[in-house]
Structure formats: structure tokens, C-alpha cells
Ligand binder design. Structure first.
Ligand code: ATR
Length: 275
């Protein structure tokens, strides 16, 4: 008889997380014998909780808000993409060590390129927000050689720090919402602010949207997010929520842990219906 390997997601709050459902579906589909728990852990308890999970034989964890940055301090090894992002969403426990990785960026890329058929090479990209979510996606997006990547943020300094950090890798700049350059059309606008959580619609740059712009919200819900409603109102023909990124980043974690890549299409379909 094979043993059941333990995995889980740590966050605070975490009760809304879809990760247990997604990983159970992956396990069912690929015949992997795993159990996946929901672990609500406050920031003060993070270190103790991670080490306890490791000590009691846990094999891997997903890490979500607000722990993704803090958890990097507990890792013995960080992948290059986690180091670049300064954040980890996937931990693996092997040989007494904690390995941190970040699958958010690749998850977004796979959703954009494979699921949605977006061409990123030569594209003009605008990212709204300059927090942890943005830090995880700028590196992978820049690697796709866009024509431009502008980070617009309420607080210019935070956007500027990120733009400076990535400026050596590609054409990355920063600006405020009211000064977004609109000389050329944007092919892709990504909402990476956390404003939608509170139902807010900040003064996003309406002039940056043209009918062909793909508007992508990293947030997702059963109802359209405030950003996706706003984007449609501004005339965007395609306004998409981040369900695909959620499922794709989970598939990357599953692959790291189990060495098997699940088929994401049926899981994504099921998530959108039953979430
Ligand atoms: P996350 O890890 O989700 O990115 P974060 O690091 O706290 O969370 O960053 C939140 C981002 O959303 C920031 O870019 C923040 O803007 P500031 O840097 O100016 O704080 C942005 N944000 C949150 N609420 C916002 C609002 N009501 N209007 C505009 N931007 C908002």
C-alpha cells in the first residue's frame, strides 16, 4: 500500500482558497495519492507552523497572502524566479531542507499564452499596481520580450523601485495612474492591485484601453470583479478574471511536487462552474 503524502496551503485568511479543490482534482486525474489541507496561520505563527508541517512529514506547501515574502526567510534554497520575485508560493520539503519556488509568473504566462493565445513578444503591457502580485509577474513577462512594460501605481515610488529593479532585463518603466503614456495602444492591461478586494475602483487610466486591449484581472470571483466590469465599460472586448492563472500556478506546484503535469483544461472548466 502506498502512503498518502501531505500538502496544504497556508494563508491568513485562507478559508476562501480554492487550492484544496484544485489539487484534489489534479490528484484524482493523475492517480496521485495525496492529501491537501487548508491551514489558516497568522503572520506571528508562520515560522512555527511551517517547521511543524515539515517536522511531521509534510511534503509541500502553497503559501498565499500575506506570507509570500516573509516565507522566503525560512527557505534553505530559493529558485531563481522566487529570488527575483522576492516571494515564494510553493515550498517543497526534501532531505531536511525547505525549497522555495514561485509559480505565479509562469502560471500567468501559461494562461495568457497557451489558454488565451496572447502574443507577448512585441506587446505593449500595462500593469496596474506595484505590490507583491506585481513583483511575481514582471520578471516572467519581461522574458517574453514585450515592446514596453509600464507599471502604474497609486504610489509612484513603489512602481519606480520595481521598474528600476527590472530595468536591466527589459523596457520597464513606472508612472502614476493619471500619467500613463497612451501614445501607443496597450495590447494587455493587468490589474495587480488589491483594490478589488474592497470593491474599490481606483482612478484607473481609461484612456489606456482600446477595444483590442485584453484586460486581465489577477483577482477572480463568481461575479465579475470591479476591474473587469470597469474594463468592459471602457470598451474592452476581452476582460478576463484570473481563474486560469490560479489553476496554472497550482499545476506548476503539483508538477514540482509530484513530477507529473496535470491537464488543466477540465479543472479550469470545473472551477469556473462550481467555485
Ligand atoms: P499584493 O501582495 O496583493 O500585491 P500589496 O503588496 O499590499 O498586495 O499591494 C497592493 C497593491 O494594490 C499596491 O500597488 C497598492 O497601491 P499602493 O502601492 O499605492 O498602496 C494597490 N492598491 C490597493 N488598494 C488600492 C486602491 N484603493 N487604489 C489604488 N491602488 C490600490
Amino acid at each position: 500500500m502506498t502512503t498518502t503524502d501531505r500538502y496544504g496551503v497556508m494563508g491568513y485568511p485562507v478559508s476562501h482558497s480554492r487550492s484544496p479543490v484544485i489539487h484534489r482534482l489534479f490528484a484524482l486525474q493523475t492517480g496521485q495519492n495525496i492529501q491537501y489541507e487548508l491551514l489558516q496561520i497568522t503572520p506571528e505563527k508562520l515560522s512555527v507552523a511551517v517547521r511543524q508541517f515539515q517536522r511531521t512529514g509534510g511534503k509541500g506547501l502553497n503559501i498565499t497572502v500575506p506570507h509570500k515574502t516573509e516565507v522566503t526567510k525560512l527557505c534553505d534554497h530559493l529558485s531563481e524566479r522566487a529570488a527575483t520575485a522576492g516571494a515564494a508560493n510553493t515550498l517543497s520539503f526534501r532531505d531536511g531542507e525547505i525549497r522555495g519556488d514561485n509559480t505565479d509568473g509562469i502560471g500567468l504566462l501559461r494562461d495568457l499564452v497557451i489558454n488565451l493565445g496572447v502574443t507577448l513578444e512585441g506587446a505593449n503591457i500595462l500593469i496596474l499596481g506595484a505590490g507583491g502580485a506585481t513583483r511575481g509577474i514582471v520578471g516572467p513577462l519581461v522574458e517574453m520580450q514585450p515592446r514596453s512594460l509600464c507599471i502604474a501605481n497609486r504610489t509612484l515610488e513603489k512602481g519606480q523601485i520595481l521598474a528600476d529593479h527590472f530595468a536591466q532585463s527589459g523596457p520597464v518603466s513606472a508612472c502614476r495612474f493619471d500619467l500613463v503614456p497612451v501614445a501607443e495602444q496597450y495590447d494587455l492591461i493587468i490589474n495587480a492591485t488589491s483594490a478589488g478586494v474592497t470593491g474599490d475602483v481606483p482612478p484607473y487610466p481609461a484612456a489606456a484601453i482600446s477595444p483590442g486591449t485584453l484586460c486581465y484581472d489577477l483577482s477572480y470571483g463568481l461575479k465579475p470583479t470591479p476591474f473587469s466590469v470597469w474594463a468592459r465599460e471602457q470598451g474592452a472586448e476581452r476582460s478576463i478574471m484570473g481563474w486560469g492563472m490560479l489553476v496554472e500556478q497550482a499545476a506548476e506546484s503539483f508538477h514540482i511536487w509530484r513530477g507529473v503535469r496535470p491537464n488543466t483544461a477540465p479543472v479550469l472548466k470545473q472551477m469556473k462552474i462550481t467555485a
